[in-house]
Design a protein around this ligand. Structure first.
Ligand code: BTN
Length: 237
């Protein structure tokens, strides 16, 4: 396991995408500031210096690569566990990879793979809102920071160590066969909701039944149940 920290970088995910070959499994790359931070669906992910916990973890282990459908959820469970450990309540996971507190987004996860053509590695990118006093601009999902929830500034470095340890422990447990389904199902923010979702490029009304044990999501569209994977849908909630 290696640690690399940048004061400034374009994006920790982009850096690992460029350097995955020469870096070992579980290389952890963090930054104080990203000039080109990226979110899901080609969105930008911006944060002032020192206000967020931003990191990417390189996964090259074959057993974990086979379980790629569960990696985002286990990462989200690890972030939820870290927040609950700080006595934050009402923490939920919005499938497939956001962490919400009280209906607002505190953490986003960007999972990227490198395939040539088989999957060579996964890069788990995590952005957690920590010390923002306020958010300006347009957000698709209303954000919240740890500061707004607790009223005090947190030490991002300490948080990084805690999250790193939880994440590594949970990924090792996943590798050894631990079943996380009860954990992520108990935290499922979308379960039982009727929401608008983009399926392909069509906006549809769907009823969410819940997260399946394999990490896919069971939804009902036009009275028909179907299981979808994360690439196929995005929610307007
Ligand atoms: C999302 O909410 O859409 C995902 C946001 C992921 C942001 C993190 S910050 C560290 C890593 N580097 C990036 O460029 N993005 C991820």
């Amino acid at each position: 396991m290696s640690f690399i920290h940048f004061e400034t970088i374009d994006s920790t995910n982009t850096w690992l995408k460029q350097h995955w070959r020469e870096n070992e499994n579980m290389t952890f790359v963090s930054a104080d500031y990203q000039s080109q931070g990226r979110g899901r669906q080609q969105r930008r992910w911006q944060s002032e210096r020192g206000e967020s916990l931003m990191f990417s973890l390189l996964v090259k282990d074959d057993v974990l690569l086979e379980k790629y459908q569960l990696i985002s959820l286990v990462t989200a469970c690890s972030l939820a566990e870290a927040l609950e450990g700080m006595k934050i309540s009402d923490v939920m996971i919005k499938w497939p990879n956001d962490v919400y507190v009280g209906g607002r987004k505190i953490c986003g996860i960007l999972l990227e793979g490198v395939s040539q053509p088989q999957l060579q590695c996964l890069i788990i990118g995590v952005g957690l809102n920590v010390n923002q006093k306020r958010f300006s601009g347009d957000y698709l999902h209303e954000p919240v920071s740890l500061y707004q929830l607790t009223g005090h500034i947190s030490d991002v470095g300490k948080l990084r160590d805690q999250v790193y340890q939880l994440l590594i422990r949970n990924l090792e447990a996943l590798k050894s066969g631990k079943d996380f389904s009860k954990t992520f199902q108990a935290l499922d923010y979308l379960q039982g909701r009727r929401v608008r979702a983009l399926i392909g490029n069509q906006s549809r009304e769907v009823a969410v039944i819940g997260i399946n044990a394999d990490g896919s999501l069971k939804i009902k569209v036009d009275n028909e149940e179907t299981d979808i994977t994360s690439g196929e849908i995005s929610f307007h909630v």
